[in-house]
Ligand binder design. Structure first.
Ligand code: SAM
Ligand code: SF4
Ligand code: SF4
Length: 371
């Protein structure tokens, strides 16, 4: 396959070579960034490709047949991913989420899951290994994923009405196939399963109530996500964001709700439960109620760049370190050095000013670093 030339404005070219301090340090699991936030969560994008073209993520006009996806040689191998993940676990990561693009499109992803599932914390405990998927291949792959050692899945589904869903995914994919995927995942025990719905005002907000009714009382936890200004392709406008407070108001008017305590510090979703049957929903208020203060997430791109914020404009090239022959101690020291200097809080700044922080530099696409 011939490689295409990537345009100069491509965000993927913006990266820095991480510094490796001379004095090496042993990870002690207690790493904190400049705002005293630990490193608990690692999201790994295993492919930048997807079989959907969701309008808020990979709009067709940008991600068309001329779009230069990464060539295979750029991708981290499973061995490289596992090596990096192991260092992150030594630094305190307790949860690893595979994402993309569509992670189930990565060839033999089960093999990677098998390799990650045996990682243990310094205390000998297994890590929480999960995956976010659009569900299109889940019915076919659920059993193999479970057998490989995956703990649970989160499935994205933006509508129950076929016409609305097809307008969102823009590739004519039917709702029933995603529902079959969710059921298959449930049947093999890949739970608790969360179902994520991105709400884009004027596009699918009329589906809030049908989705809430459908999942109420089911084993699945439905979560509503505010449409975010990630990347530089989706033409985001503030007036297309439906605030979580409005989602709760609409559902609560028909099915009364009460707020419940978070499961842990740093949980992105605010939890609510129905007063009649106690079943749970969540809202992720990424725009109207920023949760940067407790953000303990690092993101590893498909080609091995570390992003310390979803809204970062450049990454730190860990692949260059490992392909340059650096050992694990050097890798761990470089990551510690980076994390200690981390001061990202994009969403808080955006919320505080109500206008956008300076976006003159192109933000990285969600399909590249994963949601
Ligand atoms: N393809 C998989 C999927 O859709 O679940 C995994 C990758 S996708 C980038 C991860 C999550 O990000 C999905 O739940 C998706 O709905 C969400 N997402 C993508 N673009 C978004 C945006 N602009 N605002 C809010 N959420 C977004
Ligand atoms: Fe693909 Fe997921 Fe992005 Fe939709 S949200 S285009 S399914 S990566
Ligand atoms: Fe974390 Fe950045 Fe999102 Fe804030 S804006 S919650 S720092 S990823």
């Amino acid at each position: 396959m011939s490689e295409r030339i990537i345009p100069v404005a491509d965000h993927r070219l913006l990266s820095t070579a991480p510094e490796v301090p001379d004095v090496l340090e042993e990870p002690d699991g207690l790493l904190q960034d400049a705002l005293a936030r630990p490193l608990h969560d690692l999201r790994i994008s295993v492919t930048d490709r997807c079989n959907f073209r969701c309008v808020y993520c990979m709009p067709k006009e940008v991600f068309d047949k001329n779009y230069a996806f990464l060539p295979h040689s750029s991708l981290l191998s499973f061995e490289e991913i596992t090596r990096i993940a192991k260092v992150f676990v030594a630094h305190g990561v307790r949860k690893i989420r595979l994402t993309g693009g569509e992670p189930l499109l990565r060839k033999d992803v089960e093999r990677l899951i098998g390799m990650l599932s045996v990682l243990t914390t310094p205390e000998g405990e297994s890590i929480d290994l999960t995956l976010t998927t659009n569900g299109s291949l889940l019915a076919r792959k659920a059993r193999a994923l479970k057998d490989a050692g995956l703990g649970r899945v989160t499935v994205s589904l933006d509508a129950l009405d076929d016409a609305v869903f097809k307008r969102m995914n823009d590739v004519d994919f039917a709702v029933s196939d995603v529902l079959k995927g969710i059921d298959a995942a449930h049947a093999v025990g890949l739970g608790p399963i969360k179902v994520n719905m991105v709400v884009k005002g004027g596009m699918n907000d009329q589906e809030i109530l049908p989705m809430a009714r459908y999942f109420k009382g089911s084993p699945f936890i439905l979560r509503f996500i505010e449409y975010m200004d990630v990347g530089a392709s989706n033409g985001w406008k503030m007036d297309e964001v439906v605030p979580s407070a409005e989602v709760i108001r609409r559902i609560g008017a028909e099915m009364p709700l009460e707020e419940i305590e978070p499961n842990y510090t740093g949980e992105t979703a605010e939890r609510w439960r129905y007063q009649d049957d106690g079943s749970e929903i969540g809202v992720i208020s990424s725009v109207t109620r920023a949760f940067c203060r407790d953000c303990s997430r690092a993101r590893l791109s498909t080609e091995g760049k570390l992003y310390t914020c979803l809204f970062a404009t450049s990454g730190h090239d860990l692949r260059a370190l490992i392909r340059g022959g650096r050992n694990d101690a050097e890798l761990a020291t470089a990551i510690a050095h980076l994390w200690r200097r981390r001061a990202d809080r994009y969403s808080e700044l955006r919320t505080a000013s109500t206008t956008m922080p300076d976006t003159a530099v192109r933000k990285v696409e969600m399909s590249y670093i994963g949601g």
